[in-house]
Design a binder for this molecule. Structure first.
Ligand code: NOJ
Length: 453
């Protein structure tokens, strides 16, 4: 046996181990079989928006290669697979006629997962809004809520026999703030007023509510549903009661506009005070929909912010020193404690639902295949150090029930194109050859022992 004493660091029985992907980042086949244009198909063609002018046209060609990809997953011992459905494949214009070829495609894909003994965890929306809907106002307009309701009903009804784990939306804060906020680094790249930006959050919350409703109505026996949130996470500079209290205050302030309405059925006084006259328009019944009970909460965990107590203030945020360790993704400081504090604070603040870490991983450039291997020791160490902190959270009573690495394959990393690689499996984008990296072998062993090795 190659590893010593893994039992020392074992995880609870039935802990879910998986990997994560998203349709627009891996599928390619951007114009195939009746798929509509997405906002990212359009945005990636605007000069200067994506590194090297990369597009989503081919990506990992997973659209055509999923049988081999799932056989590879199986050979690595990975039995849980988080993926997303491409809205523009199902409803090319966002609403309007259903594209049967799109529906059939995901039937074949779920069948292939089943053949390989792999459980799907399906995100309804991972940022690829149909461009035709954006042209009618996108996230700023209620038209998107109505269209999403129909989309959610369509996919949950179609796949209720094959999918039991549903995630409504991925990272509300990213596709709203980055797509419509100042800078607009993401699709559709359309900065709007503060009031409209707040309205995009509200519309996204409503779509989450419709996702939950659709699963309750059409999901069939055993169906479960939750949101994947990218809450901002503080790390107390020391683990003293005062710094922990400061971190708590920071956590609530940064995340309450998403997590409060979902868990408490209203916007908090603090949020309404903060936004003043720019508060979103709320219709009758909105909060009932938004706060319908869910079965779990997904959190995507990457990087943390350093926070400590400060006399006379709720907290002080500390800038990371310039020589603090980072991945090649500029925003990704390597802060393993973020997974402990993210899980703990979300649990302490919003209650005892099972938590799944639906993404965690790191992006690096220039990971080349040398003599048939990719020795990504940096990613192996990343996973090991974050997993130790995850285990600390579980030991402290935080109900974390599963963990998914971002990502299975190197893929289209949004504005960073194909340069920045997050996969535990290397993709040669010229030949589409897959090479499991050292980190994939490592993760296989973690799963096999249900322990940190
Ligand atoms: C979060 C997003 O959900 C995913 O699409 C992205 O590639 C990873 N973070 C890495 O940036």
């Amino acid at each position: 046996m190659p590893f010593l004493h893994p039992a020392k660091h074992s995880f609870p029985d039935n802990f879910i181990w998986g990997v994560s992907t998203a349709a627009p980042q891996i599928e390619g086949a951007a114009q195939a079989d009746g798929k509509g244009e997405s906002v990212w198909d359009r945005f990636s063609r605007v000069p200067g928006k994506v590194l090297n002018g990369d597009t989503l046209d081919v990506a990992c060609d997973h659209y055509h290669r999923f049988p081999a990809d799932f056989a590879l997953l199986r050979s690595l011992g990975i039995r849980n697979y988080r993926m997303s459905i491409a809205w523009p494949r199902i409803l090319p214009k966002g609403d309007g006629p259903v594209n049967q070829a799109g529906i059939d495609y995901y039937h074949r894909l779920f069948d292939s997962l089943a053949t390989n003994g792999i459980t799907p965890w399906v995100t309804m929306f991972h940022w690829d809004m149909p461009q035709a809907l954006e042209d009618r106002g996108g996230w700023t307009d209620h038209v998107t809520v109505d269209a999403f309701a129909r989309y959610a009903d369509t996919i949950v009804s179609a796949y209720s026999g094959k999918v039991k784990n549903w995630i409504t939306l991925n990272e509300i804060k990213c596709f709203t703030l980055l797509g419509y906020g100042p800078g607009a680094f993401a699709a559709p790249g359309r900065p709007v007023s503060a009031k409209l930006l707040n309205q995009t959050f509200h519309h996204a919350l409503l779509c989450h509510g419709h996702g939950v409703r659709a699963v309750r109505q059409h999901g069939g026996p055993g169906a479960r549903v939750g949101l994947t949130d990218n809450c901002d996470v503080p790390i107390p500079v020391t683990e003293s009661p005062a710094d922990i209290q400061a971190a708590r205050a920071w956590f609530v302030e940064k995340n309450l506009h998403i997590l409060d309405p979902i868990h408490r059925g209203k916007y908090s006084e603090d949020y309404l005070k903060r936004v003043g006259g720019d508060a979103p328009t709320v219709r009758d019944g909105d909060f009932e929909l938004i706060s319908a009970p869910t079965d779990f909460l997904g959190i995507n965990i990457y990087t943390g912010y350093w926070v400590r107590a400060k006399p006379g203030a709720a907290y002080e945020e500390i800038d990371a020193p310039v020589n603090y360790p980072r991945a090649d993704s500029k925003w990704l400081r390597l802060t393993p404690q973020v997974i402990y504090w993210g899980a703990r604070l979300v649990h302490e603040t919003y209650g005892a639902k099972p938590i799944y870490v639906t993404e965690n991983g790191c992006g690096y450039d220039a990971e080349n295949v040398v003599n048939g291997e990719v020795l990504d020791l940096h990613r192996r160490d990343f996973l090991r150090s974050y997993l130790r902190e995850l285990q600390r959270a579980i030991d402290d009573g935080v109900p974390v029930a599963g963990y998914f690495v971002w990502s299975f394959l190197d893929n289209f990393e949004w504005a960073d194109g194909y340069v920045r690689r997050f996969g535990i499996v290397h993709v040669d984008f010229a030949t589409q050859k897959r090479t499991p990296k050292l980190s994939a072998r490592y993760y296989s062993e973690v799963i096999r022992f249900n322990a940190i090795v």
